[in-house]
Design a protein around this ligand. Structure first.
Ligand SMILES: [Zn+2]
Ligand SMILES: [Zn+2]
Length: 356
């Protein structure tokens, strides 16, 4: 594992290649992992297209990929002192806070005040520092968790988005019995349904269309086809006119946000994970939100929810593997990306295998 490895290297907007790069050296508090599975995230195509210039990435080249699982192949002494061992099965998340700023000290390392400052130890794997579309992934022990034996590597690679869904659900202040609308039935929406159901939600509704909506229904949510019906009107009908107490917004569209504002109950909360397109400056009915004391909560990534999500998925037997519809060797990344972006063959989570 010294020398060279295969990776997807992004050389510029829309310009990537499967090529050999140097295997990274392990530093203090770090582990080098053999990547077994890496899932394509909805953010990846945007990073690849160059939609966040100067930010994700700050500069080229970049190895993207951040939803991963694997096995520790090499580790530093300090990582060893923390209990990590060669051969441990792990999964990871993208954010590594500096650990010292006031946000990090509050546990909100996703909002680290030293974002982008590598000298001070900040990293965001696969966004501006090297990621997991590679045979080996270097990670801080701050951003990994152990996988239970019964969890597959594919499911392990999905613990990053699952822990984001959990963060979003927790930030919605869901309490048992609350009605919930999950806006969007993609992988993030489906994982949100799993989370809120095991957190004790009352009626769970979901807006979406096509095959994804059928899967959401199988997970126990009441399906609302946004192409055929007025989502807010249907939510009001199902909730005796009150609206949904908690809304988890995973659609990422202006229409989805408008729908959430129209469907939310008095005193409710709209918890948003998706980034709207473009500059994201969209119109919201603020007067209505103020008068109804509606909370609008932003969510960035998954601070401190990775271990929780793994525990929840294990205890409640979430069928994460069934969300992984496609698997490709990493060498066929271009095709994997096409299937994912085009939602071809009812694709949901598309996983690449760098070591097969
Ligand atoms: Zn992701
Ligand atoms: Zn920090």
């Amino acid at each position: 594992m010294s020398g060279l490895m295969y990776a997807i290297r992004l050389n510029g907007p829309n310009d990537f290649e499967y090529t050999r790069v140097m295997v990274p050296e392990v530093g203090p508090f770090e582990v080098l992992c053999r990547v077994e599975s890496v899932a394509i995230c909805g953010t990846d195509p945007h990073i690849i297209e160059g939609d966040y210039p100067g930010f994700w990435p700050k500069e080229y080249p970049l190895i993207p990929g951040h939803e991963w699982s694997g096995v520790i192949a090499k580790l530093d002494e300090k990582a060893y002192e923390f209990g990590w061992r060669e051969g441990d099965r792990v999964c990871g998340i993208s954010h590594v806070g500096c650990g010292y700023c006031s946000m990090c000290l509050e546990g909100r390392y996703n909002l680290c005040l030293n974002f982008g400052n590598e000298t001070l130890g900040h990293r965001q794997h696969g966004h501006y520092t090297p990621g997991a579309y590679a045979q080996y992934m270097l990670s801080s022990i701050k951003s990994i968790a152990r996988l239970p034996e019964e969890m597959s590597f594919n499911a392990g690679a999905c613990m990053d988005p699952l822990s984001i869904a959990l963060h979003m659900a927790m930030r919605s202040k869901l309490v048992p019995g609350d009605s919930v609308l999950v806006n969007g039935a993609g992988a993030q929406g489906l994982m949100s349904i799993m989370c809120v159901k095991s957190m004790g939600a009352g009626m769970v509704m979901v807006s979406g269309s096509g095959n994804r909506l059928n899967i959401a229904e199988k997970l126990g949510a009441i399906p609302i086809n946004y192409r055929e019906e007025d989502v807010a009107a249907r939510v009001r009908e199902l909730t005796g006119g009150r609206g949904a107490k908690r809304i988890l917004e995973c659609s990422g569209t202006e229409k989805g946000i408008a729908q959430a504002c129209a469907a939310v109950a008095k005193g409710g909360c709209i918890s948003v994970v998706s980034l709207p397109p473009g500059d994201g400056n969209i119109t919201i009915p603020l007067k209505q939100l103020v008068l109804n004391e509606v909370e609008l909560v932003g969510n960035r990534a998954n601070p401190n929810t990775l271990e929780k999500a793994i525990a929840m998925a294990t205890a409640h037997k979430f069928d994460i593997d069934s969300l992984v519809t496609h698997e490709f060797p990493l060498s066929e990344y271009a095709q994997a990306l096409e299937v994912f972006v085009g939602r071809k063959e009812n694709s949901l989570k598309v996983v690449c295998k760098p070591n097969e």
